[in-house]
Design a protein around this ligand. Structure first.
Ligand code: KG4
Ligand code: ZN
Length: 363
Protein backbone atom coordinates (compact mmCIF):
# COMPACT_ATOMS: atom_id res chain seq x y z
CA UNK A 1 0.00 0.00 0.00
CA UNK A 2 1.42 3.35 -0.92
CA UNK A 3 -0.46 6.50 -0.21
CA UNK A 4 0.88 9.94 0.56
CA UNK A 5 -0.19 10.94 4.04
CA UNK A 6 -0.42 14.30 5.70
CA UNK A 7 1.15 13.23 8.95
CA UNK A 8 -0.16 16.10 10.97
CA UNK A 9 -3.71 15.01 10.22
CA UNK A 10 -3.15 11.30 10.57
CA UNK A 11 -4.42 11.12 14.11
CA UNK A 12 -7.58 13.04 13.43
CA UNK A 13 -10.89 11.34 13.87
CA UNK A 14 -11.88 8.48 11.66
CA UNK A 15 -15.26 7.84 13.22
CA UNK A 16 -18.40 8.37 11.17
CA UNK A 17 -20.05 11.76 10.90
CA UNK A 18 -23.46 12.46 9.48
CA UNK A 19 -23.53 15.67 7.44
CA UNK A 20 -26.52 17.58 6.14
CA UNK A 21 -25.33 19.84 3.32
CA UNK A 22 -26.95 22.63 1.34
CA UNK A 23 -26.01 24.02 -2.08
CA UNK A 24 -27.64 27.13 -3.59
CA UNK A 25 -24.77 28.93 -5.33
CA UNK A 26 -26.47 29.10 -8.73
CA UNK A 27 -29.71 27.67 -10.12
CA UNK A 28 -29.87 24.28 -8.41
CA UNK A 29 -31.39 23.94 -4.97
CA UNK A 30 -29.74 20.86 -3.49
CA UNK A 31 -29.72 19.12 -0.13
CA UNK A 32 -27.92 15.94 0.84
CA UNK A 33 -27.41 13.74 3.83
CA UNK A 34 -24.19 11.72 3.84
CA UNK A 35 -22.19 9.59 6.24
CA UNK A 36 -18.48 10.31 6.16
CA UNK A 37 -15.74 8.23 7.79
CA UNK A 38 -12.14 7.11 7.44
CA UNK A 39 -10.41 10.40 8.26
CA UNK A 40 -7.76 11.93 6.04
CA UNK A 41 -6.06 8.59 5.45
CA UNK A 42 -9.00 6.94 3.80
CA UNK A 43 -12.05 9.18 3.48
CA UNK A 44 -15.20 7.31 2.57
CA UNK A 45 -18.70 8.48 1.97
CA UNK A 46 -22.12 6.92 1.98
CA UNK A 47 -24.91 8.88 0.37
CA UNK A 48 -28.10 8.56 2.39
CA UNK A 49 -30.15 11.14 0.51
CA UNK A 50 -29.50 13.59 -2.30
CA UNK A 51 -32.19 15.83 -3.72
CA UNK A 52 -31.65 18.42 -6.46
CA UNK A 53 -34.41 20.75 -7.58
CA UNK A 54 -33.48 22.35 -10.89
CA UNK A 55 -34.65 25.84 -11.78
CA UNK A 56 -33.98 25.42 -15.49
CA UNK A 57 -37.61 26.08 -16.48
CA UNK A 58 -37.62 29.38 -14.54
CA UNK A 59 -34.43 30.70 -16.14
CA UNK A 60 -34.77 29.23 -19.65
CA UNK A 61 -36.93 32.10 -21.04
CA UNK A 62 -34.15 34.53 -20.02
CA UNK A 63 -31.39 32.47 -21.67
CA UNK A 64 -29.37 32.30 -18.43
CA UNK A 65 -29.62 32.47 -14.66
CA UNK A 66 -31.32 35.57 -13.17
CA UNK A 67 -29.87 36.02 -9.63
CA UNK A 68 -32.98 37.37 -7.92
CA UNK A 69 -35.24 34.75 -9.50
CA UNK A 70 -32.77 32.11 -8.33
CA UNK A 71 -32.92 33.48 -4.80
CA UNK A 72 -36.73 33.48 -4.78
CA UNK A 73 -36.83 29.88 -6.03
CA UNK A 74 -34.24 28.73 -3.46
CA UNK A 75 -36.24 30.30 -0.63
CA UNK A 76 -39.39 28.53 -1.84
CA UNK A 77 -37.70 25.16 -2.53
CA UNK A 78 -35.41 24.69 0.48
CA UNK A 79 -38.12 24.01 3.12
CA UNK A 80 -40.00 21.74 0.71
CA UNK A 81 -36.92 19.62 0.02
CA UNK A 82 -35.95 19.55 3.70
CA UNK A 83 -39.41 18.27 4.59
CA UNK A 84 -38.98 15.39 2.15
CA UNK A 85 -35.76 14.29 3.85
CA UNK A 86 -36.64 12.12 6.79
CA UNK A 87 -33.71 9.81 7.23
CA UNK A 88 -31.83 10.23 10.46
CA UNK A 89 -32.29 13.95 10.90
CA UNK A 90 -31.91 13.47 14.62
CA UNK A 91 -28.34 12.13 14.34
CA UNK A 92 -26.84 14.92 12.28
CA UNK A 93 -23.32 15.95 13.42
CA UNK A 94 -22.84 18.89 11.05
CA UNK A 95 -24.96 21.22 8.95
CA UNK A 96 -23.08 22.84 6.08
CA UNK A 97 -23.75 25.30 3.31
CA UNK A 98 -21.97 26.70 0.27
CA UNK A 99 -20.77 30.25 1.03
CA UNK A 100 -19.15 30.95 -2.36
CA UNK A 101 -18.23 31.41 -5.08
CA UNK A 102 -21.58 32.03 -6.73
CA UNK A 103 -24.47 34.46 -7.03
CA UNK A 104 -24.65 36.33 -3.74
CA UNK A 105 -28.47 36.54 -3.47
CA UNK A 106 -28.64 32.79 -4.13
CA UNK A 107 -25.86 32.04 -1.61
CA UNK A 108 -27.63 34.10 1.07
CA UNK A 109 -30.80 32.04 0.63
CA UNK A 110 -28.83 28.88 1.48
CA UNK A 111 -26.90 30.47 4.35
CA UNK A 112 -30.05 31.80 6.05
CA UNK A 113 -31.75 28.44 5.71
CA UNK A 114 -28.70 26.62 7.10
CA UNK A 115 -28.80 28.85 10.17
CA UNK A 116 -32.49 28.09 10.69
CA UNK A 117 -31.95 24.34 10.43
CA UNK A 118 -28.93 24.56 12.69
CA UNK A 119 -30.97 26.30 15.41
CA UNK A 120 -33.63 23.61 15.13
CA UNK A 121 -31.30 20.59 15.12
CA UNK A 122 -29.02 21.98 17.81
CA UNK A 123 -31.79 21.41 20.31
CA UNK A 124 -31.31 17.67 19.76
CA UNK A 125 -27.51 17.73 19.46
CA UNK A 126 -25.75 20.52 21.38
CA UNK A 127 -22.44 19.52 19.71
CA UNK A 128 -23.82 20.15 16.23
CA UNK A 129 -21.40 22.01 13.91
CA UNK A 130 -22.36 24.67 11.38
CA UNK A 131 -19.89 24.99 8.52
CA UNK A 132 -19.43 27.23 5.49
CA UNK A 133 -18.09 25.41 2.42
CA UNK A 134 -16.21 26.52 -0.70
CA UNK A 135 -18.14 25.34 -3.77
CA UNK A 136 -14.88 24.80 -5.69
CA UNK A 137 -13.55 22.51 -2.97
CA UNK A 138 -16.83 20.62 -3.36
CA UNK A 139 -16.09 20.06 -7.05
CA UNK A 140 -12.42 19.32 -6.39
CA UNK A 141 -13.13 16.63 -3.78
CA UNK A 142 -16.01 15.06 -5.68
CA UNK A 143 -13.59 12.57 -7.28
CA UNK A 144 -13.61 10.82 -3.89
CA UNK A 145 -17.18 9.74 -4.64
CA UNK A 146 -15.87 7.46 -7.37
CA UNK A 147 -14.52 5.00 -4.86
CA UNK A 148 -15.48 1.36 -5.03
CA UNK A 149 -17.19 1.53 -1.65
CA UNK A 150 -19.89 3.89 -2.88
CA UNK A 151 -20.19 2.80 -6.51
CA UNK A 152 -19.34 -0.90 -6.88
CA UNK A 153 -18.43 -0.56 -10.56
CA UNK A 154 -15.63 1.85 -9.84
CA UNK A 155 -12.13 0.39 -9.48
CA UNK A 156 -10.53 3.22 -7.57
CA UNK A 157 -10.06 3.01 -3.82
CA UNK A 158 -8.42 5.93 -2.09
CA UNK A 159 -6.38 4.16 0.54
CA UNK A 160 -4.96 1.60 -1.87
CA UNK A 161 -3.51 3.68 -4.63
CA UNK A 162 -0.76 6.16 -5.02
CA UNK A 163 -2.57 9.19 -6.37
CA UNK A 164 -0.28 12.16 -5.70
CA UNK A 165 1.10 14.38 -7.02
CA UNK A 166 -1.99 14.92 -9.11
CA UNK A 167 -3.25 17.47 -11.59
CA UNK A 168 -6.85 18.58 -11.03
CA UNK A 169 -8.94 20.30 -13.68
CA UNK A 170 -12.08 22.10 -12.47
CA UNK A 171 -14.33 23.10 -15.36
CA UNK A 172 -17.75 24.65 -14.77
CA UNK A 173 -20.05 27.47 -15.78
CA UNK A 174 -18.05 29.94 -13.71
CA UNK A 175 -14.53 28.47 -13.54
CA UNK A 176 -11.71 26.90 -15.52
CA UNK A 177 -8.90 26.07 -13.11
CA UNK A 178 -5.89 23.79 -13.21
CA UNK A 179 -4.32 22.77 -9.88
CA UNK A 180 -1.36 20.70 -8.81
CA UNK A 181 -2.22 18.64 -5.73
CA UNK A 182 0.46 17.19 -3.48
CA UNK A 183 -2.06 15.63 -1.15
CA UNK A 184 -5.72 15.90 -0.25
CA UNK A 185 -4.97 19.03 1.76
CA UNK A 186 -2.17 20.73 -0.15
CA UNK A 187 -2.49 22.22 -3.60
CA UNK A 188 -1.32 25.08 -5.78
CA UNK A 189 -3.19 26.81 -8.55
CA UNK A 190 -1.30 26.46 -11.84
CA UNK A 191 -3.62 28.57 -13.96
CA UNK A 192 -7.17 29.64 -14.72
CA UNK A 193 -9.24 31.40 -17.35
CA UNK A 194 -8.46 35.02 -18.03
CA UNK A 195 -11.98 35.75 -19.26
CA UNK A 196 -14.94 33.39 -19.85
CA UNK A 197 -15.14 29.99 -18.22
CA UNK A 198 -15.29 27.00 -20.56
CA UNK A 199 -18.86 26.09 -19.46
CA UNK A 200 -19.91 29.68 -20.06
CA UNK A 201 -18.57 29.44 -23.63
CA UNK A 202 -20.63 26.26 -24.18
CA UNK A 203 -23.70 28.11 -22.89
CA UNK A 204 -23.08 31.19 -25.07
CA UNK A 205 -22.36 29.24 -28.26
CA UNK A 206 -25.48 27.13 -27.61
CA UNK A 207 -27.50 30.35 -27.38
CA UNK A 208 -26.06 31.54 -30.73
CA UNK A 209 -27.15 28.25 -32.26
CA UNK A 210 -30.66 28.65 -30.83
CA UNK A 211 -30.30 25.82 -28.29
CA UNK A 212 -31.91 26.18 -24.85
CA UNK A 213 -30.08 26.84 -21.57
CA UNK A 214 -27.97 25.13 -20.22
CA UNK A 215 -26.00 24.77 -23.42
CA UNK A 216 -23.32 22.22 -22.51
CA UNK A 217 -25.44 19.08 -22.89
CA UNK A 218 -27.11 20.55 -26.04
CA UNK A 219 -23.74 21.20 -27.72
CA UNK A 220 -22.57 17.72 -26.79
CA UNK A 221 -25.69 16.15 -28.31
CA UNK A 222 -25.47 18.19 -31.54
CA UNK A 223 -21.70 17.55 -31.77
CA UNK A 224 -22.29 13.80 -31.84
CA UNK A 225 -23.96 14.26 -35.26
CA UNK A 226 -21.45 16.77 -36.64
CA UNK A 227 -17.93 16.76 -38.08
CA UNK A 228 -15.40 18.25 -35.63
CA UNK A 229 -12.89 18.83 -38.46
CA UNK A 230 -15.32 20.76 -40.67
CA UNK A 231 -14.53 24.23 -39.27
CA UNK A 232 -11.18 25.29 -37.93
CA UNK A 233 -11.89 27.45 -34.87
CA UNK A 234 -8.97 28.91 -32.89
CA UNK A 235 -7.51 27.18 -29.82
CA UNK A 236 -6.74 30.28 -27.70
CA UNK A 237 -3.57 30.06 -25.58
CA UNK A 238 -2.97 26.42 -26.49
CA UNK A 239 0.76 27.01 -27.02
CA UNK A 240 1.47 29.44 -24.18
CA UNK A 241 3.93 28.30 -21.51
CA UNK A 242 1.57 29.13 -18.64
CA UNK A 243 -1.47 27.13 -17.55
CA UNK A 244 -4.01 29.88 -18.16
CA UNK A 245 -7.00 29.67 -20.49
CA UNK A 246 -9.11 32.08 -22.52
CA UNK A 247 -12.51 31.36 -24.05
CA UNK A 248 -13.92 34.71 -25.09
CA UNK A 249 -12.03 34.78 -28.44
CA UNK A 250 -13.28 31.33 -29.38
CA UNK A 251 -16.83 32.40 -28.61
CA UNK A 252 -16.41 35.49 -30.81
CA UNK A 253 -15.00 33.37 -33.66
CA UNK A 254 -18.13 31.24 -33.58
CA UNK A 255 -20.26 34.39 -33.62
CA UNK A 256 -18.45 35.74 -36.75
CA UNK A 257 -18.55 32.35 -38.43
CA UNK A 258 -22.32 32.17 -37.98
CA UNK A 259 -22.72 35.74 -39.24
CA UNK A 260 -20.73 34.90 -42.40
CA UNK A 261 -22.20 31.43 -43.00
CA UNK A 262 -25.94 31.72 -42.66
CA UNK A 263 -26.48 28.18 -43.90
CA UNK A 264 -23.88 26.57 -41.61
CA UNK A 265 -24.82 23.15 -40.28
CA UNK A 266 -25.43 23.55 -36.56
CA UNK A 267 -24.11 20.07 -35.85
CA UNK A 268 -20.78 20.87 -37.57
CA UNK A 269 -20.46 24.19 -35.73
CA UNK A 270 -21.19 22.45 -32.40
CA UNK A 271 -18.70 19.64 -33.08
CA UNK A 272 -15.95 21.98 -34.27
CA UNK A 273 -16.46 24.39 -31.37
CA UNK A 274 -16.48 21.54 -28.83
CA UNK A 275 -13.28 20.08 -30.24
CA UNK A 276 -11.52 23.48 -30.13
CA UNK A 277 -12.71 24.17 -26.56
CA UNK A 278 -11.67 20.73 -25.29
CA UNK A 279 -8.34 20.61 -27.16
CA UNK A 280 -6.96 23.44 -25.02
CA UNK A 281 -8.09 21.79 -21.77
CA UNK A 282 -6.63 18.45 -22.77
CA UNK A 283 -3.31 19.78 -24.07
CA UNK A 284 -2.64 21.91 -20.97
CA UNK A 285 -3.70 19.18 -18.54
CA UNK A 286 -1.43 16.69 -20.29
CA UNK A 287 1.48 19.14 -20.22
CA UNK A 288 0.98 19.78 -16.49
CA UNK A 289 0.78 16.04 -15.79
CA UNK A 290 4.11 15.55 -17.58
CA UNK A 291 5.82 18.56 -16.01
CA UNK A 292 4.86 17.60 -12.46
CA UNK A 293 5.22 13.87 -12.90
CA UNK A 294 1.58 13.43 -11.87
CA UNK A 295 0.27 10.06 -10.81
CA UNK A 296 -3.33 11.08 -11.46
CA UNK A 297 -5.59 13.46 -13.30
CA UNK A 298 -8.75 14.50 -11.45
CA UNK A 299 -11.57 16.08 -13.43
CA UNK A 300 -14.59 17.90 -11.94
CA UNK A 301 -17.26 20.59 -12.44
CA UNK A 302 -20.31 20.66 -14.71
CA UNK A 303 -18.25 20.39 -17.92
CA UNK A 304 -16.75 17.15 -16.56
CA UNK A 305 -20.07 15.61 -17.59
CA UNK A 306 -18.93 16.01 -21.21
CA UNK A 307 -18.39 12.58 -22.73
CA UNK A 308 -15.70 13.69 -25.19
CA UNK A 309 -13.68 15.37 -22.46
CA UNK A 310 -13.86 12.28 -20.24
CA UNK A 311 -12.95 10.03 -23.15
CA UNK A 312 -9.99 12.11 -24.26
CA UNK A 313 -8.55 12.64 -20.77
CA UNK A 314 -9.00 8.90 -20.25
CA UNK A 315 -6.93 8.20 -23.37
CA UNK A 316 -4.20 10.65 -22.31
CA UNK A 317 -4.04 9.09 -18.84
CA UNK A 318 -3.73 5.62 -20.31
CA UNK A 319 -0.92 6.82 -22.56
CA UNK A 320 0.89 8.34 -19.55
CA UNK A 321 0.05 5.27 -17.46
CA UNK A 322 -1.54 7.33 -14.68
CA UNK A 323 -4.95 7.34 -12.94
CA UNK A 324 -7.85 9.28 -14.39
CA UNK A 325 -10.61 9.94 -11.87
CA UNK A 326 -13.79 11.90 -12.46
CA UNK A 327 -16.93 11.90 -10.31
CA UNK A 328 -19.76 9.49 -11.11
CA UNK A 329 -21.97 10.92 -13.85
CA UNK A 330 -24.62 12.50 -11.55
CA UNK A 331 -22.08 14.37 -9.43
CA UNK A 332 -20.40 16.58 -12.03
CA UNK A 333 -22.97 19.35 -12.16
CA UNK A 334 -23.90 21.11 -8.93
CA UNK A 335 -25.16 18.91 -6.11
CA UNK A 336 -25.08 18.95 -2.32
CA UNK A 337 -23.27 15.61 -1.88
CA UNK A 338 -20.01 17.22 -3.00
CA UNK A 339 -20.61 19.97 -0.43
CA UNK A 340 -20.97 17.27 2.23
CA UNK A 341 -17.69 15.69 1.08
CA UNK A 342 -15.91 19.07 1.28
CA UNK A 343 -17.44 19.64 4.72
CA UNK A 344 -15.80 16.47 6.03
CA UNK A 345 -12.48 17.45 4.52
CA UNK A 346 -12.86 20.94 6.03
CA UNK A 347 -13.51 19.47 9.47
CA UNK A 348 -10.45 17.22 9.17
CA UNK A 349 -8.31 20.15 8.01
CA UNK A 350 -9.84 22.46 10.64
CA UNK A 351 -10.51 24.95 7.84
CA UNK A 352 -13.47 27.27 8.39
CA UNK A 353 -15.23 29.71 6.11
CA UNK A 354 -17.29 32.57 7.57
CA UNK A 355 -21.02 32.23 7.12
CA UNK A 356 -21.42 35.14 4.74
CA UNK A 357 -21.83 35.07 0.97
CA UNK A 358 -18.46 35.35 -0.80
CA UNK A 359 -19.42 35.78 -4.46
CA UNK A 360 -15.80 35.64 -5.66
CA UNK A 361 -14.36 33.10 -3.27
CA UNK A 362 -11.35 31.39 -4.82
CA UNK A 363 -9.55 28.11 -4.27
O1 KG4 B 1 -20.67 22.96 -11.97
P1 KG4 B 1 -21.88 23.49 -12.62
O2 KG4 B 1 -23.16 22.70 -12.48
O3 KG4 B 1 -22.20 24.94 -12.13
C1 KG4 B 1 -21.20 25.85 -11.87
O4 KG4 B 1 -20.55 25.74 -10.80
O5 KG4 B 1 -20.99 26.69 -12.77
O6 KG4 B 1 -21.54 23.68 -14.17
C2 KG4 B 1 -22.50 24.09 -15.08
C3 KG4 B 1 -21.86 24.19 -16.46
C4 KG4 B 1 -22.76 24.87 -17.48
O7 KG4 B 1 -22.01 25.82 -18.16
C5 KG4 B 1 -23.16 23.72 -18.40
O8 KG4 B 1 -23.43 24.11 -19.73
C6 KG4 B 1 -21.93 22.84 -18.32
O9 KG4 B 1 -21.57 22.88 -16.95
N1 KG4 B 1 -22.21 21.46 -18.72
C7 KG4 B 1 -21.62 20.87 -19.80
C8 KG4 B 1 -22.19 19.58 -19.90
N2 KG4 B 1 -23.09 19.42 -18.88
C9 KG4 B 1 -23.08 20.58 -18.17
N3 KG4 B 1 -20.70 21.33 -20.67
C10 KG4 B 1 -20.32 20.49 -21.66
N4 KG4 B 1 -20.82 19.25 -21.83
C11 KG4 B 1 -21.75 18.75 -20.99
N5 KG4 B 1 -22.24 17.52 -21.16
ZN1 ZN C 1 -20.46 24.16 -9.69
Amino acid sequence: MSVVLDTKYQMLNTFPMRILSIETSCDDTALALIDASGGIRSPKFKILESIISSQIDTHRPWGGVVPNLAKREHIANLPKIFKKMNTGKRNVDAVSVTVGPGLEPALWAGISFAKEIYDELKKKNPKLKLMGVNHLEGHLYSFLLSQKTEFPNSKFQFSKQKLFPAVALIVSGGHTILLKMDSLTKWKKLGETRDDAVGESFDKVAKMLGFPYPGGPEIQRAAEKGDPKSISFPRPMIGTKDYDFSYSGLKTSVLYYLRDHIRAKKTDVAASFQEAALDVLIRKTERAALEFNAKSIFLSGGVAANKELRKKLGIISKKLDINFIAPPQNFNTDNAVMIGVATYMGILKKKKYALTAHGNLNI
